[in-house]
Design a protein around this ligand. Structure first.
Ligand code: ADP
Ligand code: MG
Length: 319
């Protein structure tokens, strides 16, 4: 278990992590989600005692990291920075780590096998691809057979096969009863991997919820409607009490479950429809809304889209 209480980190004027309080529990994968610059890596560095908090506290199984004996046997982590010596082989890198942490030599072979690097274990890591580097980092995290594992954006730079492998690994580690804490800036990735979700934006906690709850609250269904007789259709729908909103480009949107009714009303009133299609709003979209106001740098210098859908509580929550 990892417990954060009011954890805060300030870099000069910048509040990178702002009063975070939450717990990461064993037996499940907890996703740590937030846009780039949200404070995920800084939080993870503080958990490992690599960065000193400006305020607040973080404990691993009740203790501070620097009070753990043989810390690699408590918590293993893959952080962003590549910490290995490029002239060393993967085997020697892991052996050094093992020897300085009281971990038996046989674990080196075991973890190399687990991450699929046995065949290249004696080669210098200098020639490793990004994916091989990630695998070596994960091998180091697993070395001490720790009960707690933490991965910072582990799928960055991996091919689809590598991504699938990491996802499966994290789930199996959690199924063994371990605590698994993994960060990502992609909702689509978390949706497939995490059981629980901690969302941050600009260092602040935005959500701490089960994945199932997040999906139930946010993946609203809706119906897209297009008609060349838009005004007439709007009139008919309005009179029948069907709520629609304009989604731009001549498209109208109604709540999910209204498709049949809209079709029947259009037929009764001899209105031509060009489209009547049920849709599922993506979780990525829900995440974007939740974090819209807290995104530090927009890829294109434009404002986040204004909330348009208004028929469900789920949308209001994040907008
Ligand atoms: P994330 O991992 O979610 O992308 P980071 O934790 O890396 O976010 O960064 C959070 C914020 O803190 C960013 O604004 C970043 O520029 C700033 N930051 C991170 N590390 C430092 C540092 N060593 N010095 C100054 N600012 C930093
Ligand atoms: Mg980061």
């Amino acid at each position: 278990m990892i417990e954060l209480e009011g954890l805060t980190k300030r870099y000069g004027e910048k509040l990178a992590v702002n009063n975070l309080t939450f717990a990461v529990r064993p037996g499940i994968v907890t996703g740590f989600l937030g846009p780039n610059g949200a404070g995920k890596s800084t939080t993870m560095r503080m958990i490992l005692g690599l960065d000193r908090p400006t305020a607040g506290d973080v404990r691993i199984d009740g203790k501070h990291y620097d009070r753990l004996r043989d810390p690699l046997t408590y918590i293993g982590a893959l952080l962003e920075a590549k910490a290995w010596h490029p002239g060393r082989s993967a085997y020697n890198h892991l052996l050094c780590l093992a020897q300085s942490n009281g971990i038996p030599r046989r674990r080196v072979d075991e973890v190399l096998e687990t991450v699929g690097l046995s065949a290249v274990a004696r080669k210098k890591t200098k020639g490793f691809s990004m994916g091989m580097g990630q695998r070596l980092g994960i091998a180091a995290a697993l070395l001490g057979d720790p009960r707690i594992l933490m991965f910072d954006e582990p799928v960055n730079g991996l091919d689809p096969e590598g991504i699938h492998w990491i996802r499966t690994l994290m789930k199996s580690l959690a199924a063994q009863g371990r605590t698994v804490f993994v960060s990502s800036h992609l909702m689509s990735e978390m949706a497939l991997t995490a059981d629980h979700l901690v969302v941050i934006g600009q260092g602040r906690l935005l959500a701490d919820t089960s994945m199932a709850d997040f999906i139930a609250r946010n993946s609203r269904s809706y119906v897209r409607v297009r008609s060349p007789e838009r005004e007439k259709l709007l009139d008919v729908l309005h009179r029948a009490g069907v709520t629609v909103v304009e989604a731009g480009g001549g498209v109208l949107e109604a709540g999910g479950g209204e498709a049949e009714r809209i079709g029947e009303l259009a037929a009764e009133n001899r209105i031509v429809l060009h489209e009547l299609s049920p849709q599922q709003a993506s979780l990525e979209e829900a995440f974007m809304r939740l974090t819209a106001e807290s995104v530090e740098y927009h890829a294109h210098a434009e404002a986040p889209p204004a909330p348009q859908r208004q028929w469900g509580e789920g949308w209001k929550k994040g907008s």
